[in-house]
Design a protein around this ligand. Structure first.
Ligand SMILES: [Zn+2]
Length: 344
């Protein structure tokens, strides 16, 4: 039977409807030819001159030459730019910010490696390390209130480049969805005296059937109200609200766990398209965030959400903002646990 479930972290409902799985297009992400156009790829090692000058890199030699592990460059097709004026105008009922912000591309690795289950543990670490470095650097610009870190992979994940990469968009205003989630987490904290994340992880441990894998500091689970089939979230068990709060050894631990979870997803789904997002809370205290900013360490835990994009979104999803998911999260978690067991 279908259920309408509520996700307290996203503050959103979704419909879990396993009977819809029998629709003809389900479980058949189009077998696309992923042609390797390495010669024209601007992100491959040796093609450094095809990108704008780098902002950051893990390397021990000169910038914009081969010999790096990760590189960060400005996005050529920026949604926002740092040179734009930092100003907001009211126009009648409307409000508009000039297109101020930062839009960067993190090139995750020098190789044109199309499957994330082929990444080494060190490559996962370098990826997390680079995101942490950019977050900590941009945090110093007090005009930037919010940083979105996300990865689009494959056609249904809205990727336009094949080469492994991650994007960062920093904005002067926080997205309302993020504000709503943090306000909700704060009201939970005030009501119950502990964080929503601690409460959720405790109840998941008790029930057990949605936990995919655990390490001392992190838990990977299939969210109770997953909007997407095989959606998986990894949450920090510790009081850490964003990547900036993780030490190098925490990053190694998170790299190891993320690698296992993603490998299990590949075993279950084949060469699938996906998005990965980080739940970064607002970075600065200002008029939009002052009501909760000092509470963030108490109320918010770092999370990584891996969202397989197996089916296209329909009108219901677009109109309501609510997802219909044909795979029960308990079923997904059990399959992923099996795959992780087999890896041992
Ligand atoms: Zn490439």
């Amino acid at each position: 039977m279908s259920e309408i479930r509520y996700d307290p972290i996203l503050d959103e409902y979704s419909v879990i409807a396993p009977e819809r799985l029998h629709r003809p297009d389900c479980y058949a992400p189009a077998e696309k030819k992923r042609r390797k156009k390495i010669r024209e790829c601007p992100f491959c090692e040796g093609h450094e001159s095809m990108t704008p000058p780098e902002i950051f890199a893990i390397r021990e030699n000169d910038p914009d030459t081969p010999g790096w592990k990760t590189r960060v460059v400005p996005n050529l097709y920026k949604a926002v730019k740092i040179e734009a004026p930092w100003s907001m105008h009211e126009r009648g009922v409307y409000r508009v910010w000039d297109g101020f912000g930062a839009h960067e591309v993190i090139i995750d690795m020098p190789h044109h490696r199309l499957r994330m289950d082929e990444w080494s543990e060190e490559e996962y670490f370098n990826w997390l390390y680079t995101m942490r470095a950019r977050l900590n650097d941009l945090r110093n610009d007090i005009r930037l209130l919010y940083i979105g870190l996300f990865k689009n992979h494959g056609h249904y994940g809205a990727a336009t480049q094949q080469h492994p990469h991650t994007q960062l968009i920093a904005l002067p205003a926080p997205p309302l969805g993020s504000l709503r989630q943090i306000r909700h987490a704060r009201s939970f904290f005030r009501e119950h005296g502990r964080s929503l994340f601690d409460a959720l992880l405790a109840s998941e441990r008790e029930e057990g059937d949605r936990i995919v894998a655990e390490s001392p500091g992190f838990t990977a689970l299939s969210p109770y109200a997953s909007g997407f089939a095989f959606e998986t979230a990894i949450y920090s068990k510790k009081r850490v609200s964003d990547l900036g709060g993780l030490s190098d050894s925490d990053l190694h631990e998170l790299a190891r766990l993320t690698k296992r979870v993603i490998a299990a997803l590949y075993i279950q789904l084949g060469d699938f398209d996906f998005n990965i997002t980080l739940n970064t809370p607002p970075l600065q205290k200002n008029f939009a965030t002052e009501e909760f900013f000092d509470d963030i360490p108490d109320i918010w835990h770092l999370g990584i959400r891996i969202v397989p994009r197996l089916f296209r979104l329909g009108g219901f999803e677009l109109g309501s903002g609510m997802q219909i998911n044909p795979v029960a999260p308990e079923e997904a978690a059990s399959l992923l646990r099996e795959s992780i067991e087999e890896m041992r």
